[in-house]
Design a protein around this ligand. Structure first.
Ligand code: TRP
Length: 335
């Protein structure tokens, strides 16, 4: 175990996790937990920032996400899985950081800008949503995490976190907060099965980790390929061909995928054969995850107990960071 680095990742619990989460992040976390101290935050408060009027969407998914983690191979004796709303120090740190970040700076965050446009908030933009990068900076710094495995859409959050670290350390005259850096995943985003840029539940183009054999079969059959590849003997296009994107992300044998690509581009390899190969690979990948997940169905007490255990450990660590910041700012720490 290498203790020089601390890893933190988080997910908004707004739906069950899907294959995109697995290849983009979960898979990497499963291997990181054997090498480093690792925390995973179920970011329910962040989930509420765009679901303020629909809290059930968040509350109903906390244990779903917990079950997905365990099913995917996150080991709660190695990784501390904790709940954001159970850690008051995170909210208190956010409140302190809000005073050293300008409105103009949050408004400039490109990920937030995109999300605001996508979600069509227009005039009904919640203050909490606008400020979520600050809350995320509180998450990261509270754990003294210095390695953050994320997709490229989260890079602006890391940048903003480091600005806060820099300012706060200057202000307090001591290194109370730790700088962090992103660990970019080799596969940063899996497109939806229809080829659109992102898997998303609202677009109905996801493949859930809990997908049944039938679901997997249907998803692969419906998958977008090269629309100009009409006959098996025609040369086909690999770029933008979702079947190959998924094979790249999921197939255990990259050499075999490279051969298939060459054959497809040359002509003579049919879409059906490619889809069969992909379906096999996905069935093999997801079967054990689905089986483990089924064991947690109806076990909400056990899931909650594990979440409590991870959150208890996190409470002390995050409180220590808050106390250090308060002291640095000259605020009395009464308890
Ligand atoms: N913003 C992240 C997402 O939407 C979730 C998140 C919350 C997070 N807190 C975090 C990620 C801290 C990394 C570190 O996926």
């Amino acid at each position: 175990m290498n203790t020089t680095h601390t890893i933190l990742t988080g997910d908004r619990p707004t739906g069950p996790l899907h294959l995109g989460h697995y290849v983009g992040s979960l898979r990497q976390r499963v291997s990181l937990q054997h090498q480093y101290r690792q925390f995973i935050l179920i970011a329910d408060l962040q989930g509420l920032t765009d679901n303020g009027s629909n809290p059930q969407k968040v509350s109903a998914n906390i244990l779903e996400v917990m079950a997905d983690y365990l099913a995917a191979g996150i080991d709660p004796t190695k990784t501390m899985i904790c709940l954001q709303s159970a850690l008051p120090a995170l909210a208190e740190l956010s409140a302190l950081y809000m005073n050293i970040v300008t409105v103009a700076r949050v408004a400039r965050n490109p990920t937030v800008k995109n999300e605001i446009a996508q979600k069509g908030f227009s005039r009904a933009l919640p203050v909490g949503f606008m400020a979520y990068p600050i809350s995320q900076a509180a998450d990261i710094t509270a754990f003294q995490a210095d390695r953050i495995p994320v997709g490229d859409d989260q890079l602006p959050m890391i940048e903003q976190t480091n600005e806060i670290v820099h300012k706060m350390n200057n202000l307090t005259g001591a290194p109370v907060l730790r700088h962090c850096q992103a660990l970019l995943s080799p596969v940063s985003r899996l497109p939806g099965i229809d080829g659109s840029a992102k898997m998303s539940k609202s677009l109905g183009n996801t493949l859930l980790l809990s997908a049944s054999e039938q679901d997997i079969h249907r998803a692969v059959s419906a998958m977008y390929t090269d629309p100009d590849h009409l006959r098996v003997s025609d040369p086909g296009r690999v770029e933008g061909n979702v079947v190959f994107t998924y094979l790249d992300a999921c197939h255990p044998d990259p050499h075999k995928v490279a051969q298939m690509k060459a054959h497809y581009q040359q002509g003579g390899l049919g879409d059906r054969a490619c889809k069969d190969e992909l379906e096999n690979c996905l069935q093999t990948l997801l079967a054990p995850i689905r089986a483990r997940r089924a064991q947690f169905a109806g076990e909400s007490d056990a899931l909650l107990a594990l979440l409590k255990q991870g959150s208890e450990a996190a409470r002390d660590i995050t409180q220590q960071t808050l106390d250090a910041v308060k002291r640095g700012l000259g605020l009395p720490v009464l308890w």
